[in-house]
Ligand binder design. Structure first.
Ligand SMILES: C[S@@+](CC[C@H](N)C(=O)[O-])C[C@H]1O[C@@H](n2cnc3c(N)ncnc32)[C@H](O)[C@@H]1O
Length: 236
């Protein structure tokens, strides 16, 4: 079954532009880069790198990343925008790298896209070197539990974001600006227990607030739980 990424690639590339969408440019990039800069990382793997924006940011900071993604058109775009970069078609569930290969493994809003999340997280932990970090930005599970309906107006015409069936893991179709993809909803416990099962240690947790941007968007992103950032370390 398709997940919509192949069909949505062109709209996704247009939507990301050079700087990324609001969530990236105004909420996630700064705290994600702060974690990167706090570590001593020379090599990195960006799992579900999309059109390569975060890999380009890592390269600008002297880190040598490899970006992998199953969507050919996004990998082609990443390589086109960054000729010297290393971008490969691949899936989180079967990473084509030796154990203990990378100082840093990044999943920037890709856990929600990975169908076999148990295999994906086990693979990310496997390729991380002891002492290295798995840095995750994800939609919160409270948010993905509301994605089926998204913002709706209540009987007073007030915008609401209804959360429902929180404990039921499922994939929902979500659409915006010409993009239509399947996102996974999983209770937070599912991600946390898989990460703990790998023996990883939680070193950082944040629910970042917007730090810039259109005030209406800032207000919207403060109303409901939106993103989380976690940094997990593989014991050295
Ligand atoms: C929401 S986008 C995020 C892209 C990029 N990290 C960013 O922040 O712009 C999710 C990405 O996950 C990719 N993806 C889908 N299934 C995947 C899988 N099984 N393993 C790795 N990546 C996957 C999609 O192709 C898409 O590029």
């Amino acid at each position: 079954m398709t997940d919509g990424w192949r069909e949505s690639a062109e709209a996704w590339i247009a939507d990301m532009g050079d700087t990324g969408d609001f969530g990236r440019a105004c909420v996630l990039d700064r705290p994600m880069l702060a974690r990167v800069q706090a570590g001593r990382f020379a090599t990195a793997l960006d799992v579900g790198c999309g059109e390569g924006r975060f890999c380009r940011m890592l390269r600008a900071r002297g880190i040598a990343p490899i970006g992998i993604d199953p969507t050919d058109a996004l990998i082609d775009e990443a390589q086109y925008r960054d000729r010297g970069g290393d971008y490969r078609v691949g899936r989180a569930e079967t990473l084509d790298f030796a154990d203990d290969s990378f100082d840093l493994v990044v999943s920037y809003l890709s856990l929600i896209d990975i169908p076999d999340i148990a295999a994906g997280i086990a693979e990310m932990a496997r390729v991380l070197r002891p002492g290295g970090s798995l840095l995750i930005a994800n939609l919160t599970s409270f948010n993905t539990a509301g994605q089926g309906e998204g913002w709706t107006n209540d009987w007073k015409g007030q915008a609401r974001f209804p959360i429902d069936h929180y404990l039921r893991e499922r994939a929902d179709w979500v659409s915006w600006r010409g993009i239509r993809i399947r996102n996974w909803h999983r209770p937070l416990e599912r991600y946390m227990s898989l990460l703990l099962e790998q023996g990883l240690l939680l070193r950082h947790f944040a629910e970042p607030a917007p730090y810039s941007g259109d005030p209406e968007m800032v207000a919207r992103y403060c109303r409901v739980p939106w993103f989380l950032i976690m940094e997990w370390q593989k014991p050295g």
